[in-house]
Design a protein around this ligand. Structure first.
Ligand code: GDP
Length: 360
């Protein structure tokens, strides 16, 4: 499943956001992975389509797609030094597919800023620098081993070259993602090191009403992190929202100039940044959403349910959610010719409702 690591300076609102995101869990209480570790929260993605599907199929339960969030202690300047302490807690986010950096843009004299002033540009640079230094340590540690393996012909020389090129990029203070094109970095050759700055970044600006109601200020901040995706939310407001009913929460968001909760935004932007989409399955037991990549074929999508489904794939019965809903039932959708039989080359579309046929 999609895992997002949360990073940022201390006191920017990471824990507030993490708690708000992961307390939003009422619906998913019986989800197979409840709690894993104290700093890992599994969050279901709100998906109104599932309720409608469950209505048509009389499903007993609804299983939304999930996103895991990993929260780490705040990163301060020098975190990557200190006897590898920094690196040790950064290890918690190595497995994440994306990194969400929480950046403080709210003004509050009662909340101390570690560096004494609210300065998003400099905060972002501080965090980048610490992640860059952590990646440099990772590469420096790996180099002797990789050099030896190349010498012993156990490894392709190109992999060593990829590491050295990445090292150069980091040494000049750039992230791997920002240099992939300019430096023609071999991202695949770097995969096994799980470098932090090679992951896609999402910036979460933790804002107050001032910024939430100021499109110009937002455009400025957007510009600061482009081409990366960013979202604007108020972590404190998000924490209050989880106490409210759905309707009250929507009203509260509207009053604050937001049309979507932070979780919805983060899920949407996370999916976009990582090129993900969902497809749906439904029956009397459950209505369920599954996470796949854009461009995945039907057998690849089946493989997300079970590797046997991918191996033994025969065909898929596919109806688009919108067609199914306007037909009102599977039989009517069939009568209207909206249910297709697709083969192994079929490229999945977001919102496909699917039943796979396979050999075991
Ligand atoms: P962390 O160190 O990054 O995890 O930050 P916390 O989540 O612990 O927040 C630090 C302090 O900032 C707490 O007192 C929060 O209540 C406060 N805080 C967090 N988000 C906001 C916000 O959006 N607005 C305001 N005014 N305070 C916030």
């Amino acid at each position: 499943a999609l895992t997002i690591g949360i990073v940022g300076l201390p006191n920017v609102g990471k824990s507030t956001l993490f708690n708000a995101l992961t307390r939003n869990q009422v619906l998913a209480a019986n989800y197979p992975f409840a709690t894993i570790e104290p700093n890992v929260g599994v969050v279901s993605l709100p998906d109104p389509r599932l309720g409608q599907l469950a209505g048509i199929f009389n499903s007993d339960r609804i299983l939304p797609a999930t996103v895991s969030f990993v929260d780490i202690a705040g990163i301060v300047k020098g975190a990557s030094e200190g006897e590898g302490l920094g690196n040790q807690f950064l290890a918690n986010i190595r497995e994440a597919q994306a990194i969400a950096q929480v950046v403080r843009v709210f003004d509050d004299p009662d909340v101390v800023h570690v560096e004494g002033r609210v300065d998003p540009r400099s905060d972002i640079e501080t965090i980048h620098m610490e992640l860059i230094l952590a990646d440099l340590q990772t590469i420096e540690k790996a180099l002797p081993r990789v050099e030896k393996e190349v010498k012993n012909k156990k490894r392709d020389a190109a992999e060593l070259a990829a590491l050295q090129a990445a090292q150069k990029v980091l040494e000049r203070g750039d992230t791997i993602t920002s240099a992939v094109q300019s430096d023609k970095l071999d991202i695949d050759g770097l995969k096994e090191l799980n470098l932090l700055t090679a992951k896609p970044f999402i910036y979460v600006f933790n804002a107050d009403e001032g910024v939430l109601g100021d499109p110009e200020k937002q455009a400025e901040l957007r510009e600061l992190v482009a081409p990366a995706d960013c979202i604007f939310l108020d972590a404190k407001l998000e924490a209050d929202l989880v106490e409210l009913s759905e309707e009250e929460a929507r009203e509260m968001l509207e009053m604050n100039g937001q049309d979507e909760s932070g979780l919805d935004q983060l899920a949407r932007v996370g999916f976009h940044t990582l090129g993900l989409q969902t497809y749906l399955t439904a029956g009397p037991k459950e209505a369920r959403a599954w996470t796949i990549h854009q461009g995945d074929t039907a057998p690849q999508a089946a493989g997300v349910i079970h590797s046997d489904f991918q191996r033994g794939f025969i065909k898929a019965e596919v109806v688009h959610f919108d067609d199914l809903i306007s037909a009102g039932s599977m039989n009517e959708a069939k009568a209207r010719g909206k249910v297709r039989i697709e083969g192994k080359d079929y490229v999945m579309a977001d919102g496909d409702v699917v039943e796979f046929r396979f050999n075991v």
